[in-house]
Design a protein around this ligand. Structure first.
Ligand code: G4P
Length: 534
């Protein structure tokens, strides 16, 4: 087994073989296609095309909403588990659209590594950059997949330079492409001295892999035309001179990313990337928590909720809390302590998402993502333990950047609307504020598209037609301080005060200037744009 990072003792084998990661990319770079190939080689689906198949029966979790199909964006995050060789992969899907950055941020708290997909013709795009910054905050190890090499793409050194410069991370080639566009033949595996040749006749055929003895091996000339071979030799020599060699430690620290060149649609380079995730990727890592960090090999089970999805299956009307297990060996039926309420909770029907179907799971290990159906007890940030009062840190809730008031166009459905809104608030899909004065609700989101998604979900899942309207407010801040000072402030500013779905006090305002003024004039009160979810 490979050395563990940070010189910790070896993990139990079942935990050590877990790889929990997300794919980050700009829309259209090929995330869906790559996911599909992962599932194909993980034996989770039988045929390519299933992930994006339009038929109801074949929809996957990451694709379950009509909106999503219409717009080609991923608005829900979910997790899929599958085996690959000796490894157990947990792939956590991140919503691709920038409007869902908060959701994405929380998803990335649940993984140990990320695969960054870039389009070989486009390089580092805006959304890749943003998501990368989020990974950087947590020093997540990143593996890079440069996709669409079967098309005309940019010069390889240019692409690598751009990543190094724009993202301030060292890049080391794990493979080197041979030819580009129409002439793309395959890649030279720089870490294992192998030649991988793409099969153009069948998109689902795995590349032929030929073991060679370095770049002077005469076998190369049997497969690569002379001009391309010459260029390959020159390029690889230059790459070895100019670019850092692979170092597992630098990769695990998040300061170096290995890059593979491939074509997801042609199944090329995908298995090499998967092997890379297995071979080098981090095992389940130590998780920050209060009052102490939690190591994956602790025998007691612990985990935290990073995502709640309501109404995944309209027939069941349940909610599923996605829990990242941080330590121990979980077994179905276990009684865990729900730390926020200090109440025991029997986890009798946990599910794991094995590609297109969710299945009851008998056991799970640190690193795994399990779904726990519940009726609303479990919220984002909640910890589950075997009794210890742990709180996993670093799962923030952001102040919304856009506020609108919402009302039902059917006046008979007001009460139901409140229930629906609270569910979405608990799911983390929106902030819902109840103003101290007046009726109705103010909904806050990070990106405008979320209003449309919410309106469509409220109608679809609860049968309530709603209308979002501009609100007089534009900003929200959580406000805390000594109770007497807070009460005095609330009395004077009644028309600006509201509570969120947890009952925490929120100050709503029109002007950034108001926030500055309160901060200046009320030194005992704290205004905050984020709140830790617990
Ligand atoms: P996303 O999830 O990151 O948004 O990207 P997705 O996989 O949906 O891929 C975006 C488009 O790029 C798709 O084409 C897909 O077929 C294509 N694509 C993915 N990988 C490769 C590749 O290696 N080479 C080439 N040439 N194309 C690739 P589309 O026309 O938008 O969709 P579709 O009609 O093919 O489904």
């Amino acid at each position: 087994m490979l050395d563990r990072a940070h010189n910790l003792p070896a993990l139990p084998p079942e935990i050590a073989r877990r790889r929990t990661f997300a794919i980050i990319s700009h829309p259209d770079a090929g995330k869906t296609t790559l996911t599909e190939k992962f599932l194909l080689y993980g034996g989770a689906i039988q045929m390519a095309g299933q992930v994006r198949a339009k038929g109801e029966a074949r929809r996957t979790r990451s694709d379950f909403m009509q909106m999503e199909k219409d717009r080609g964006i991923s608005v829900s995050a979910s997790a899929m588990s599958f085996e690959f060789g000796d490894y157990w992969f947990n792939l956590v899907d991140t919503p691709g659209h920038s409007d869902f950055s908060e959701d994405t941020y929380r998803t990335l708290t649940a993984v140990d590594a990320a695969v960054m997909v870039i389009d070989g013709a486009k390089g580092v795009e805006s959304q890749t950059q943003k998501l990368f910054e989020v990974c950087r905050l947590r020093d997540l190890p990143i593996l890079t997949f440069c996709n669409k090499m079967d098309r005309e793409s940019r010069d390889v050194f240019d692409i690598i330079d751009e990543i190094q410069e724009n993202l301030a991370i060292d890049v080391t080639p794990a493979s080197w492409p041979i030819g580009i566009g129409r002439d793309f033949l395959g890649a030279y595996d720089m870490l294992h001295d192998r030649l991988e040749l793409m099969d153009r006749t069948d998109r689902n055929t795995v590349a032929e892999s030929i073991k060679i003895e370095g770049l002077d091996d005469p076998k190369l000339a049997e497969h690569i035309p002379a001009p391309l071979l010459e260029k390959l030799r020159e390029d690889v020599e230059m790459a070895r001179e100019l670019l850092p060699p692979f170092s597992r430690q630098d990769f695990l620290d998040g300061s170096l990313t290995p890059i593979w060149f491939g074509s997801a649609i042609n199944s090329f380079g995908v298995q090499e990337l998967m092997k890379g995730i297995g071979e080098f990727g981090p095992e389940p890592q130590v998780r920050p928590a209060e009052p102490r960090a939690v190591s994956a090999d602790e025998t007691k089970v612990s985990g935290f909720v990073f995502k709640v999805q309501a109404n995944m299956d309209p027939k069941h009307r349940d909610r599923v809390a996605f829990v990242r297990l941080c330590s121990g060996h979980f077994k179905r039926g276990m009684k865990l302590t729900h730390v926020r309420s200090k109440k025991p909770m029997a986890i009798s029907n946990p599910v794991m998402f094995l590609a297109s179907d969710r299945e009851l799971t008998e056991e799970a290990w640190a690193g795994d993502i399990i779904g726990i159906p519940n009726h609303g007890q479990l919220r984002i940030g909640d910890a589950l333990t075997e009794g210890e009062m742990l709180r996993f840190s670093g799962i923030p809730s952001f102040a919304p950047e856009l506020l609108q008031s919402v009302r039902s166009t059917d006046p008979m459905k007001g009460k139901h609307l409140e229930k629906a809104l609270m569910q979405f608030a608990e799911e983390g899909a929106a902030k819902v504020f109840k103003p101290m004065i007046g009726s109705g609700f103010i909904v806050g989101v990070v990106g405008a598209l979320q209003f449309e998604v919410l309106a469509s979900r409220i109608e679809l899942e609860y049968g309530i037609p709603v209308r979002f309207e501009p609100s007089q407010f534009t900003s929200a801040r959580w406000i805390t301080g000594p109770q007497d000072k807070l009460n005095a402030f609330m009395n004077v500013n009644k028309s600006h005060m509201a509570t969120d779905h947890d009952g925490d006090t929120v100050y709503l305002t029109r002007l950034k200037w108001d926030i500055d003024r309160v901060e200046r004039d009320q030194p005992d009160l704290t205004l905050s744009a984020t709140k830790e979810m617990l």
